[in-house]
Design a protein around this ligand. Sequence first.
Ligand SMILES: *[C@@H]1O[C@H](CO)[C@@H](O)[C@H](O)[C@H]1NC(C)=O
Length: 156
Amino acid sequence: MLKLALAVVLLCFITSPALAFWTTCPEFPGARGPDRVDTPMCDSERCFAVRGEYFIANITLSSPDVHHELLSECIAFIAGIGIPLPMEPPHDNGCNAIFRNGVQQSCPTTPNNQYVWVVEQRIIEGIPAFQNTRVQYRIRDRGQLVGCVQFWATVV
Ligand SMILES: *[C@@H]1O[C@H](CO)[C@@H](O)[C@H](O)[C@H]1NC(C)=O
């Protein structure tokens, strides 16, 4: 019994989102986080990216709501000041890059369906480099903030 309890605790610990590199955004409790994020660009502590190159990630997400757009904005808090990192279309709108079972979908989304958002976002050269900086990735649907994750990142 003790072994089983230990195994369950270990399993919860290993799969806990607390060990992921991202969290939801504390100042936006109504904004959802994704189900999971797969990216070779982050370890459990932070993400690392190079200006002029691509940030790639597969974001698995689901929502109880219908979404008509999934406009993303990325903000780096450099010395405490939020600096928006410009996103280039079409990848600034998740509706242009969501998949189910490998088949591309479009918006509006179907509630409670799980989608994989394939992110291929070029990091433009014009932004400042930063180290171990808090970054928020926010998702808006017609102006309303519906999703937000934050993580630590170094961009060179
Ligand atoms: C994202 O998913 C696609 C399709 O399943 C796969 O080919 C690709 O390797 C994945 N990329 C990452 C970063 O997980």
